[in-house]
Design a protein around this ligand. Structure first.
Ligand code: P1T
Length: 408
């Protein structure tokens, strides 16, 4: 994918003395992988090609308030700053922020922009942990959430009330891969003076840039594709106005849910290969989805790259790759049949999480989405036999053979 890009404007702001310098914006054209790799700066002090890990809690000051741009690592840390500037560049936003987990990122956004009496309108098919946070925690503080199918734009607009201050979507969703029209929803949100937040975890910035489609806030569980190797927990937020950035920065520092220097470094390293991995995850997932679609024991396959997907055209319009996640149900729509399958695969390891090199499978009804009430689960398509695959980077033929033997 070729795109315009403001040359390293944020990416190499990490200069001697760590001053921020956004003054040299040059509009050049780069392809995705070049853009990603060269948004990661080498160390201006030593020339180290790998970003140094500043494993320090505090920074020596010359006099009170006179420092090199850093005073305490909760407030800011040079390694975390590189990651924050990097994700801002990749998402085309003005400011990025790194957190201890994806849920910490969502939590900080909500605390930044909402207050008691406000309401969130969230997509009905949503990661179980986000559902739990929205419905069981914020309700204690006077912030209510209603869940609607945001694929239906008319329904979404009708559901907005004067209290609605934030529309929250995932696209694709976890786990039934629903696709919402981000541009259209941004239009609706802004007509009603509501912010739009997009959880871009499944698509990643290598495939989709919600801010360019009109969203106000993007979050990531960087635990997944950005980290890419199933070896860390992290979350990221990107906004594109100084006003929102100030609010998120304040809440990040006040709440202290920050990402540690070593984990920031791991995410940076993961991002180096993001574009390459997303291409291969997508190619493998398409092959797996096409195989499942023709299998007699499979009832429905959910994958945005299939022409049979309800919003295949919308996905093609806003994503550059279809992604590595595939979900499917069985004709024998029972917990027993699903359990048998997810315990019979050899390469698809049964585990929560997704987005790593190794393929994973998961049974949302009893694992990641256990906290979603059964009726809501059924309504959003999470039936008893729904199985979610995080298609990894093994050879697609082996993954298909693995599913074939497990389906037997
Ligand atoms: O696990 P954490 O880094 O806190 O991220 C939470 C989160 C947020 N958004 C989406 C779309 C997610 O999928 C997740 C985490 N999901 C899993 C752990 C899972 O297996 O689905």
């Amino acid at each position: 994918m070729e795109g315009f890009f403001y040359a390293l404007a944020a990416g190499i702001s990490w200069k001697v003395g760590f001053e921020r310098n956004y003054s040299f914006k040059t509009r050049i054209i780069m392809k995705d992988q070049t853009r990603i790799i060269h948004s990661i700066p080498s160390d201006p002090l030593t020339g180290a090609i790998s970003v140094p890990i500043y494993q320090t809690s505090t920074f020596v000051q010359e006099a009170p308030g006179v420092n090199k741009g850093f005073d305490y690592s909760r407030t800011n840390n040079p390694t975390r700053q590189v990651l924050e500037e990097l994700i801002a560049v990749l998402e085309g936003g003005s400011h990025g922020f790194a957190f201890a987990s994806g849920l910490a990122a969502i939590d900080t956004v909500v605390k930044s922009v909402l207050q008691a009496g406000d309401e969130i309108l969230a997509i009905d098919d949503i990661y179980g942990g986000a559902f739990r946070l929205f419905s069981l925690i914020y309700s204690k503080f006077g912030i209510n959430t209603r869940f609607v199918d945001t694929q239906d734009l008319e329904l979404l607009e009708k559901s907005i009330t004067p209290a609605t201050k934030l529309i929250w979507i995932e696209s694709p969703t976890n786990p039934t891969l629903k696709i919402s029209d981000i541009k259209a929803i941004a239009g609706i949100a802004h007509r009603h003076n509501v912010l739009l937040g997009v959880d871009n975890t499944f698509a990643t910035p290598a495939s989709q840039n919600p801010l360019a489609l009109g969203a106000d806030i993007v979050i990531h569980s960087a635990t997944k594709y950005l980290g890419g190797h199933s070896d860390l927990i992290a979350g990221l937020v990107v906004v594109n106005t100084p006003e929102l950035a100030e609010k998120v920065k304040f809440a990040q520092n006040a709440g202290g849910n920050i990402l540690a220097p070593f984990d920031s470094w791991l995410v940076i390293r993961g991002i180096e290969t993001l574009s390459l991995r997303i291409k291969q995850h997508s190619a493998n997932a398409l092959a797996v989805a096409q195989f499942l679609e023709t299998h007699p024991k499979v009832k429905t396959v959910y994958y945005p790259g299939l022409a049979s997907h309800r919003n295949h055209a919308v996905a093609a319009g806003q994503q550059r790759h279809s992604g590595g996640m595939v979900s499917f149900t069985l004709n024998n729509d029972t917990l027993e049949a699903a359990t048998k399958l997810v315990t019979s695969t050899k390469y698809f390891k049964l585990a929560e999480s997704l987005g790593g090199i190794k393929s994973l499978c998961c049974h949302p009804a009893t694992m990641t989405h256990k906290s979603v009430p059964q009726e809501m689960r059924y309504n959003s398509g999470i039936t008893d036999s729904l199985i979610r695959l995080s298609v990894g980077l093994e050879d697609a033929e082996d993954l298909i053979a693995d599913l074939e033997q497990a389906l037997k």
